[in-house]
Design a protein around this ligand. Structure first.
Ligand SMILES: *Cc1c(COP(=O)(O)O)cnc(C)c1O
Length: 344
């Protein structure tokens, strides 16, 4: 796509382009072979992220799918199981990797409307120590989940409960920075209670590639073996780590703009009678679109250079390459489309 052909892309916050300043940081990175632990930019990122979130150690990996899988494989052995939400990314959107590659049984549990999993359900699904059952080892939560922020007191209650029952806790914190910014808490506060956390740098934070896994030093060392086995051992990865570092240093607080833009977009779309808008908490929300409108809406948006995943239940995502002006234009395009559509 040429730079002067501006498309408004509302499909995901993964579509952001690295800024000039981020590219400059990448170009200037000192690099080495990270499989030998020799890449200074990777090491700096790992130390910086660990300190920022309050963990002993960190590990940079190519994707959040990989940092989650590494965490699951380091927490659980063959024949163990982890408790996870039905709607969770690790369970639903990672190709079943824990089962396929980790020999770990997922025990999915219904998510409540706010994204939480009931403590009574967690309790009910913990298996007794009996040879008939997989060994329940881990509770994995996700925050934000589908754009929803888990309540802080819920996170404390759920992680305390898991620990009291001898389970470890992992957070899929792909968008934990959105949750912290929304709640106005520090990143350390937002991850409190979790033994380990995976954070995506390539979503709203705007890095082109990469996630970090954070946890105790011995856990991260063990994780590095799994990372190598899974094909995630990278060499001069400092060019990527420099972008990720830049993202963590510069792009966390600005997530508030994405939340504001999502709120304005949702408010504008909610004026359209044909749509049902599920109000956003952060940068991701859903609207219900009449099925018959989907195909023509897709075409109208494409003509207006707006990319979106159009469907009867349609997800819209704001991010650092969507401006307030883009939001206003998107609302106009929707309004014009539905004015016509209703007239037909
Ligand atoms: C994107 C995402 C991941 C995985 O990230 P990839 O880098 O795409 O592999 C994990 N969890 C959640 C909630 C995500 O949104």
């Amino acid at each position: 796509m040429s730079k002067n052909e501006h498309w408004i892309d509302l499909r995901s916050d993964t579509v952001t382009q690295p800024s000039e300043a981020m590219r400059a940081a990448m170009a200037a990175a000192d690099v080495g072979d990270d499989v030998y632990g020799d890449d200074p930019a990777v090491n700096r990122l790992q130390d910086y992220a660990a300190d920022l979130f309050g963990y002993e150690a960190g590990m940079f990996a190519p994707s959040g799918t990989q940092t989650n899988l590494i965490a699951l494989m380091a927490h659980c052995a063959r024949g163990d199981e982890y408790l996870v939400g039905q709607e969770a990314h690790t369970y639903k959107y990672e190709g079943g990797g824990a089962a396929v590659l980790g020999s770990i049984q997922p025990q999915p549990i219904a998510n409540q409307a706010d994204g939480s999993i009931l403590l009574s359900d967690i309790e009910a699904y913990i298996k007794p120590d009996d040879m008939h059952f997989a060994r329940t080892r881990l509770l994995a939560l996700e925050n934000t989940i589908g754009g929803r922020v888990l309540p802080q007191d819920y996170v404390k209650a759920a992680t305390d409960f898991a620990h009291s029952r001898g389970l470890a806790t992992h957070l899929d914190g792909a968008r934990i920075c959105n949750a912290a910014v929304k709640n106005g808490t520090s990143l350390r506060e937002a991850v409190k209670g979790f033994d380990t956390v995976s954070v995506c740098l390539s979503k709203g934070l705007g890095a082109p590639v990469g996630s970090v896994l954070l946890g105790p030093k011995a856990f991260i060392e063990q994780g590095k073996r799994w990372r190598k086995m899974l094909g995630g051992g990278m060499r001069q990865a400092g060019v990527l780590a420099a972008a990720a570092h830049y993202a963590l240093e510069h792009n966390v607080q600005r997530l508030a703009e994405d939340h504001d833009n999502a709120a304005v977009l949702a408010q504008g779309l909610s004026q359209i009678e044909a749509l049902k808008v599920h109000a956003p908490q952060t940068n991701i929300f859903w609207i219900d679109v009449p099925a018959a409108a989907c195909e023509p809406l897709r075409e109208a948006l494409a003509r207006a250079r707006i990319r979106a995943t159009v469907g009867p239940r349609m997800r819209l995502v704001t991010h650092l390459d969507v401006s307030a002006a883009d939001v206003a234009r998107t609302v106009e395009v929707f309004q014009a489309f539905f004015a016509d559509w209703r007239a037909q």
